[in-house]
Design a protein around this ligand. Sequence first.
Ligand SMILES: [Zn+2]
Length: 99
Amino acid sequence: MHRVATYQFRCAEDGVFDVSLPMGTAGPQWRCPVCGSDAVRVFSAPMLSRTSRALVAAIDRAEKTRDEPDVVSAVPPRSARTLGPMGAPNPALRRLPRP
Ligand SMILES: [Zn+2]
């Protein structure tokens, strides 16, 4: 099983691009896919949102579970049972099993 990592290289002409390689196989340089010249490995992540979406998503999830208390855990039950604008109960709601 190969674990693949995304490496970033920066071409002087074309900017940063990503290369997915088995972990540990990326060298300090990679050939630019656009112009074919040598691109230099980028170790920082200036384009984080584009390159490591999975990582960002993971961080996002962690932030949410930490920062958002159970605000939306319960829907106010009354609003679903109030009468609609026509003065009649919503027919879709009538099909729902009564609690
Ligand atoms: Zn290039």
